[in-house]
Ligand binder design. Structure first.
Ligand code: GDP
Length: 437
């Protein structure tokens, strides 16, 4: 995944023209309206040795009474939250507007480096004069450009790439962050040893984000896995006071940092209350997960055994039915090699992005099979449209006439439809039901 640059600005300032210019595509300019139904499309772009993706967020307005106003803001926020930098486009012909000021003050709270670009400055002589008043926005130097003709874009890109790492550094960041989580004695350290055993290509300890956290990096094929806080996994129990308490806080922190959690349970104990607590946390944090049922070697088996244990997991972890599971022995190494395949799949589901048009096809189809419930007053629930607002975990906003009319049963039905039609294996999926405002 290349770093993302978000293009922000009021409608009609020329955001899509700029996106076209920077991505070298000269296709028709998309009608620039407040950004509700339009897909966020990611276009590849580069300058010198930097590569990035550029995304147009749709026209941003703060002062309008459009019913989707909060959503527009949310979508811009979502775009910005995954962006490494932002380009804020203003209209040099029109001059500084109140709308620009609102966007600027919002941007200043966002902690994303911003390049201020004054578009429609066709004449290079007058450009600087046109741009000057935008110093007032407090976002640093305004760069006069013409998205249509291309003048000035070199200077602004020069500024932009200061915030973008060179390609070879980015590849290092392409890794799946994995946390090994479980109660004491379920076999986490044994599993860590098995996963990082001699047969692996490269294992190297790297420092984690907190002072005493040590991560380990494992490579397999093209993929890098960062095993989070392996020091915490190995920490010996019953040493200090409050070791258990320390353990769970550490586990919570590791979950927070992970993309995928290896949720280790001791199959001899089944799923305990403490396990449920950890599972709940994984879901709360929106992490992908693989359920690793360990110590399978110690189970006496006949031909039915696996089904009985499957059933037990189904029952106890019904709220995590999206997670794939695997029965392993960290001790003998049985099936340990397959764990990373499941991690790959879960990571893929976790970062999966589906276009608005596909989401709406699924909704349309689902509603045809099974229409939303009608209240006793005869009012029926209606879904106007949906769109995926973010990834990790995938989150879909559904715009409806009245969220109260779409009961839990129908919400579960919808989630099931999304999963059946679109995948999302191994990851929680969040649906936000939004009424008209
Ligand atoms: P941790 O506290 O979760 O890190 O658990 P450890 O890795 O220290 O393992 C706890 C105990 O379970 C140790 O005595 C291990 O030898 C044992 N153990 C771990 N994995 C397995 C396994 O796959 N099968 C069996 N039979 N024992 C295991």
């Amino acid at each position: 995944m290349l770093p993302i640059v978000a293009v922000i600005g009021r409608p009609n300032v020329g955001k899509s023209a700029l996106v076209n210019r920077l991505s070298g595509e000269q296709d028709a300019i998309v009608f620039d309206e407040p950004g509700i139904t339009r897909d966020r499309t990611y276009r590849p772009a580069f300058w010198q040795d930097r590569e990035f993706q550029i995304v147009d967020t749709g026209g941003l307005v703060f002062d309008d009474d459009t019913e989707f106003l909060p959503y527009i803001r949310e979508q811009a926020q979502a775009a910005l939250s995954e962006a490494i930098a932002a380009i804020f486009v203003v209209d040099g012909k029109l001059g500084l507007t109140a709308g620009d000021e609102e966007i600027a003050s919002w941007l200043r709270t966002q902690n994303v480096p911003t390049v201020l670009v004054v578009n429609k400055c066709e004449s290079e002589n007058q450009g600087l004069a046109q741009a000057a008043e935008f110093w007032n926005l407090g976002l640093g130097e305004p760069f006069p450009i013409s998205a249509i003709h291309g003048n000035g874009t070199g200077e602004m890109l020069e500024e932009l790439i200061k915030h973008i790492p060179p390609v070879d550094e980015i590849e290092q960041e392409e890794e799946i962050r994995v946390a090994i989580i479980g109660r004491p004695n379920v076999g986490k350290s044994s599993l860590l040893n098995a996963l990082t055993g001699e047969s692996r290509a490269i294992v190297s300890p790297v420092s984690g984000t907190t002072r005493d956290a040590i991560d380990m990096v494992v490579r397999r094929g093209e993929t890098t896995y960062r095993l989070i806080d392996t020091a915490g996994v190995r920490r010996k129990k019953n040493v200090d006071y409050g070791a258990e308490f320390f353990g769970i806080n550490r586990a919570f922190k590791a979950i927070k940092r992970a993309d995928v959690v290896l949720f280790v349970i001791d199959i001899l104990d089944g799923v305990t209350e403490q396990d449920l607590k950890l599972a709940g946390r994984i879901i709360e944090e929106g992490r992908a997960a693989v359920i690793v049922a360990n110590k399978w070697d110690a189970v006496e088996k006949d031909s039915h055994t696996i089904y009985e244990y499957q059933k037990m997991l189904d029952d106890r972890l019904f709220f995590m039915d999206w997670a794939e599971r695997i029965f392993v022995s960290a001790m003998t190494g049985k099936r340990v090699d397959n764990i990373l395949d499941l991690v790959d799949r879960a990571a893929e589901g976790h970062r999966k992005r589906v276009s608005t048009s596909v989401i709406n096809e699924v909704i349309e189809e689902a509603v045809k099979w099974h229409s939303p419930p009608t209240s006793r007053q005869g009012k029926q629930g209606r879904i106007y449209y949906g769109t995926q607002v973010t990834v990790k975990p995938p989150s879909i906003a559904l715009f409806v006439n009245d969220p109260k009319r779409l009961d839990d049963g129908y919400r579960r039905y919808m989630e099931k439809q999304f999963r059946q039609q679109l995948g999302f294996k191994g990851t929680p999926l969040r649906l936000f039901w939004r009424g008209k405002r």
